[in-house]
Structures are given as C-alpha cells and as structure tokens.
Ligand binder design. Structure first.
Ligand SMILES: *Cc1c(COP(=O)(O)O)cnc(C)c1O
Length: 229
C-alpha cells in the first residue's frame, strides 16, 4: 500500500475511536512526508532537533510537529518558536528550559511527561515517584509557559503481549491517578500517548488515546540519513 493509503486506513481506524494519530517521520524524506500530508495528515513526530528544524523550514506551515525523542536542554531554543508538543519531557530542568524559551516567544508549549515503563535501561523517562515529586515541587508550580497535556510512555521492545499489556495498563492507571491528584480541574490534561507500530493495538485496548506510528505508515526505516534521500 502507498503512504497515502496507509494514512487513510489508519485515520479511519483511529478517528472513530478518538485516538490521535501521530505520523512518525524521522529519517523519512520531505517527499514521503508530503504524501502523508496530501492524504490529510497534519500531525508529525520527529526525534532529532536538527532534522525537525530543517523539515519545519521546508514543509507546509500548517503541519503540527511533535518532538518525541530525548531533548537536550541546550537545544530547546531551536524549536521553541514552532513546536506543537514536546512529548518527551523527562526532567524538571528540561521543563524549566522549555518554559523559559516559550516565554521568550510569547507562547505556551504543550508537553507530555515521559514515564519510564519499559524493562530496558536504555529508555528515557521519569519514574513514577520522580514524576510525582516533580508535580509537587514549587519550581513546577511557578512555570507559566508550559501546559502539561498528559503522559507518554514507550513499552519494552518485545513480542510478549502479556508484558506489553501490563506495561500499558500500569501507565494508564498511573495516568488516571495523576489526573485525579493534580489535574482534576484541568480538562486539558487529556492525552495518554502510548503505542508504536508493533504494539499500538494493545496500547489502544489499554487506554491509549494517541499513537505514534512510523514504519506502519512509511515502511521500514533504513539506516541512511534522511538528507541522503
Ligand atoms: C521511532 C519512534 C516511534 C515510531 O516507531 P515505529 O515502530 O516505526 O512505529 C514511536 N515513538 C517513538 C518515541 C519513536 O522514537
């Protein structure tokens, strides 16, 4: 199937159940992205700042870009002007930096707190306790140019469905608890981003309302750099 066909069928599958589809376009060419765009897709996810900035500059301005990869504090300034959402906030320090640059640009930046749920040491994210501590801190309460929209998690890279289900279920339960305890009056705390190509169906069954799909839309990623396309 073509990229356009993939977008159309995935949109059908997700829209009817109120799940937001993020097209993960990392390493993919502008041409591939435009095929998805012309099929109606407007939300795209990238994980590298430089690649994201260059794509933002050369592609249509009504694309909403989500950063889904680890963000270094010294790179926030390059994306603060245009980023729609940072899904990968994993420290108070990063949140403060986003707040500062959002303020300089007179805007409020939507963020998800990334929670560590996988059984792999290589993954980034806040632990449950760490996240609670962050939300309780005075420093957090002082931030004015960020808006926490919800949580994001990446499950273990495994085919064990039981383990995936357990990880997603745990995050969903935690999400509900955090909402009750810290965001009860804020209807904008509404996003639970979990699920990628290999596990998004299990994620949706366990409460996800935002999925981040790359290879299912664009085909397998090759190792070569996006600029060589
Ligand atoms: C690459 C990536 C995805 C998409 O991966 P696919 O397996 O290609 O769907 C989703 N989320 C994050 C955080 C990623 O880095």
């Amino acid at each position: 199937m073509s990229i356009a066909d993939n977008i159309k069928s995935l949109k059908n599958e997700t829209e009817s159940i109120h799940v937001t589809l993020i097209a993960v376009s990392k390493t993919k060419s502008n041409d591939d992205i435009l095929q998805a765009y012309h099929a109606g897709q407007r939300l795209f996810g990238e994980n590298m700042v430089q690649e994201l900035v260059e794509k933002h500059e050369s592609l249509p301005k009504d694309i909403e870009w989500h950063l889904i990869g680890h963000l270094q504090t010294n790179k926030v300034k390059y994306i603060a002007q245009f980023i729609s959402m940072v899904q990968s906030v994993d420290s108070l320090k990063l949140l403060q930096e986003i707040d500062k640059h959002a303020g300089k640009n007179n805007r409020v930046i939507d963020c998800l707190l990334q929670v560590y749920i996988a059984d792999e040491e290589t993954k980034y994210g806040l632990g449950f306790d760490e996240l609670i501590e962050l939300l309780r801190s005075e420093e957090f309460t002082n931030l004015q140019h960020i808006r926490i929209r919800g949580l994001m998690g990446i499950a273990t890279n495994t085919e064990n469905e039981k383990q995936l289900k357990d990880e997603f279920y745990e995050l969903r339960t935690f999400f509900e608890g955090v909402k009750q305890s810290f965001f009860r009056k804020e209807s904008s705390f509404d996003t639970l981003s979990m699920g990628m190509s290999s596990d998004y169906k299990i994620a949706i069954e366990n409460g996800s309302n935002m999925v981040r799909l790359g290879s299912t839309i664009f085909g397998q990623r090759v190792i070569k750099h996006w600029k060589d396309n």
